[in-house]
Write a protein that binds this ligand. Sequence first.
Ligand SMILES: NC(=O)c1ccc[n+]([C@@H]2O[C@H](COP(=O)([O-])OP(=O)(O)OC[C@H]3O[C@@H](n4cnc5c(N)ncnc54)[C@H](OP(=O)(O)O)[C@@H]3O)[C@@H](O)[C@H]2O)c1
Length: 304
Amino acid sequence: MYYGSGLTNILITGAGGQIGSALSKRLGVRAIPLNHRRLNIADCDMVEAVMQREEPQAIVNCAGFNNVRRCDSDTRWGWEANSVGVANLANVASRLAIPFIHVSSDFVFGQDENRDTPYDEDSPTGPVSNYGFSKLAGEFEVLQRAVRYPDWEYAIVRTAGVFSMPSERWGKNFFRFITEAVKLKSDIPIVNDVMTNITRAEDLAEALAWFVFNITAATAGIYHVTNPGCLTWYDAALLTIGQKVMSSTKAEYAWQVSVPAEVIPDYTCLSQRKYLELGGPELPPWDEAVKELAAALEVKVDQQ
Ligand SMILES: NC(=O)c1ccc[n+]([C@@H]2O[C@H](COP(=O)([O-])OP(=O)(O)OC[C@H]3O[C@@H](n4cnc5c(N)ncnc54)[C@H](OP(=O)(O)O)[C@@H]3O)[C@@H](O)[C@H]2O)c1
């Protein structure tokens, strides 16, 4: 089903990152994986030159700058990759009329402090951090081109809390952090008052590959893809390192990492209603994915 369209030469940006490398592996010979060094998406001339040289039949943008703290102290960091870079890619993809899949974030939400039900794909956005604003601006760059080119096949895929399965080149993620921390001490404080989703990069890669081959102009738009289930980081840690975790608060975490607590949203859980209606491959529930990760790490899973 995936390969029915015969698309090949699928250009993947940010291919050195968690999602980009999982997708490159998933697409195999059909992929043109380009890491940051080979393609800086914020460099307009470089983007144009790479497009001419590689002649892609589709683009998946997995490049991005995720460091919320750094974005908060200097907006330039997020803005270049998450907004200018997306504009450069959306510009060429819409002009060449090739499918464009862009990875966005749950951090486009967060202003609704009393929220306790998952955000729909059509829910009004409202970020609380410079990172969130830069991701929302990236979405806007795609949506504006879609207005100009109504037959364009594109998908903005919002995801959250990405982690990859352990490997020799394991990317920076929450689970790597707690696995390393637990070797040094017990009672690791983990935030238990922030509700989120988590997403295994390998599962997301499956969904992104599906979008590449199945998105049409009629179904183009915004979709949410995560491992189903709303949780706190404490819940995820408990399944990985058992009783060595200690319940903590957003305020304590913010103080520890010197970031204003206001830039961490309290609730950003996503509903996947539109994605499931479209018929994309279903992801396993978050706890199943975490148990598999814990088993891979050979850390004893404490079932409580
Ligand atoms: N990680 C999460 O929890 C999460 C949650 C929601 C959404 N997302 C979105 O998912 C995407 C990728 O996330 P990830 O988890 O795979 O992050 P990642 O492992 O940090 O990968 C991002 C990659 O993008 C590259 N990059 C940064 N700026 C670039 C630029 N200007 N041009 C080309 N490449 C650039 C980075 O290269 P360098 O390291 O060399 O700079 C890195 O390899 C981002 O758009 C992010 O906003 C992530």
